[in-house]
Design a protein around this ligand. Structure first.
Ligand SMILES: [Zn+2]
Length: 223
């Protein structure tokens, strides 16, 4: 577990920051895949946890949720429009995904979990963070923003690495797994406008300062 500031920790679930979870205060954000629970629980040893937030209902963020929250006995909080997918464990693949429906749905399935709280814009979470609804990658995708030190946890609104080569750099998330890429670009422009000092994504290393995000957002096509 890497300490990024007084109360913000990165939990790299796989090497090279390929999949990240975060601990903010006593709130665990995301839980990797179904194979990540043991690693996350080990990293959390000695850190109190009171709740678990999921940025979006995908297999690499909510996959470990059921096992982690059962072990810690903490509630599950997720954006209201992704709650049904967490509770079913069967998110429906984007319509433009060319894989056979049965295959893509099977690949995306994860252990379902009961949702205790459906988060909406402006909800307060952890030490000073507020919920931003940042749809596009999934319909109910949320980010967490703390104005006081300009810290942003943005899930998969952006990837901060190339998922194939692992080379750091800002990217749109893969279109295949993004429900509405144009809407996600609106969310990218929204988070860039916040001018975060620290941007923490689900895939890739932390990004320091607002410049890279601002330039990346400006480079995107306007739909
Ligand atoms: Zn992801």
């Amino acid at each position: 577990m890497h300490r990024l500031s007084e109360d913000v920790f990165q939990i790299p679930v796989v090497p090279r920051d390929g999949v990240n979870a975060f601990l903010v205060g006593d709130v665990l954000v995301d839980a990797g895949t179904r194979f990540s629970a043991k690693k996350i629980l080990g990293e959390l040893t000695g850190h109190p946890v009171s709740a678990h937030v999921i940025t979006h209902a995908h297999v690499d963020h909510a996959g470990g949720t059921r096992q982690v929250t059962a072990a810690l006995d903490v509630p599950v909080w997720v954006g209201e429009l992704d709650a049904a997918d967490v509770e079913s464990g069967h998110p429906v693949a984007p319509a433009h995904n060319p894989l056979p429906t049965a295959l893509s749905n099977a690949v995306g399935a994860f252990p379902s979990a009961h949702v205790d709280r459906r988060l909406v814009e402006g909800d307060e979470v952890g030490p000073g963070f507020v919920v931003l609804v940042t749809p596009g990658h999934s319909n109910g995708h949320i980010s967490l923003w703390r104005e006081s030190d300009r810290t942003l946890i943005c899930g998969d609104v952006i990837n901060t690495m190339n998922l194939i080569t692992t080379k750091p750099g800002l990217q749109e998330p893969p279109k295949l797994f993004t429900t509405d890429p144009a809407r996600n670009r609106e969310s990218i422009r929204r988070i860039a406008a916040l001018e975060p000092q620290l941007t923490l994504a689900g895939h890739g290393p932390p990004v320091h300062g607002p410049e890279a995000l601002r330039a990346f957002a400006a480079s995107l096509p306007v739909d």
